[in-house]
Design a protein around this ligand. Structure first.
Ligand code: PGA
Length: 240
């Protein structure tokens, strides 16, 4: 249990250490990244700590993106990441990957399959940063999502849309569809690093950690991974 700032500093140290080790060995460093409020302090720490580091080996892969927004829409995750991380770090678009975020139907499904193939060719994700949604989602794997799911189009859960309403200026403006990496894709990352803060997550975190391993709480899938660390603050940690 650690306050958000300390947890973010601790994880930033690990990420920066990996980047430095990869740079020293001339090895690619594939970082899986999340959006939302939870990792903001982490990204600020990374921007501060990366000064002087060689980032030439870093490829980032974001977990999800809304469908139906222009790529330069300020509410897209692409725009958010450019503002808080990719821009300040100078990571160019070809090394800042996002799942496909336009098109529909079979054409979109095909592009999702291609994305998975490119990710496999890249060698998979070394370290995946994750938050947990109030409804227990991981990325946009909403309650009921299959444990072995791959990158695909999904319909957003009402809690997810409600949580995004302020950013979009009203619930009716929040997209209904998105593309997300699947739980199966996420569980293949070699290390999972998860943060959850605040009382609004406490109940679902308790269910994820101690309830049944159940697709009703997608975050319970974290327990299937052999190298998963989770940081909670005092208000989010389950009561003893
Ligand atoms: P938040 O979202 O960081 O904005 O609370 C977490 C999530 O939905 O995974």
């Amino acid at each position: 249990m650690l306050p958000r700032e300390e947890a973010s500093r601790e994880l930033a140290r690990e990420v920066l250490g990996r980047i430095a080790a990869c740079a020293a060995e001339g090895r690619r460093c594939v970082l899986g990244l999340a959006t939302g409020a939870t990792p903001r302090a982490l990204y600020a720490e990374l921007v501060r700590g990366a000064r002087g580091l060689d980032l030439g080996q870093v490829v980032t892969v974001n977990l999800d993106e809304y469908l139906g927004l222009a790529p330069d829409d300020p509410r897209s995750f692409r725009s958010e990441m450019r503002a808080v991380l990719h821009g300040p770090l100078g990571i160019p678009p070809e090394r800042a990957w996002f799942p496909p975020s336009d098109g529909e139907g079979a054409a979109l499904a095909e592009r999702c399959a291609e994305f998975e193939a490119r990710l496999a060719e890249l060698g998979g994700i070394d370290l995946q940063v994750l938050g947990i949604g109030r409804n227990g989602h991981l990325a946009f794997n909403e309650p009921g999502a299959p444990l072995d799911g791959r990158t695909r189009e999904v319909l957003l859960h009402e809690v997810t849309r409600a949580d995004a309403a302020a950013a979009f200026g009203g619930l009716e403006r929040v997209p209904r569809r998105a593309v997300t990496l699947g739980l199966g894709t996420i569980l293949e990352a070699r290390a999972l690093r998860v943060m959850a803060f605040g009382a609004s997550k406490r109940e679902v975190v308790a269910r994820a950690l101690a309830g049944p391993l159940d697709t009703a709480v997608p975050a319970s899938a974290l327990r299937l991974h052999g190298d998963c660390r989770l940081w909670l603050d005092a208000s989010c940690a389950p009561h003893p």
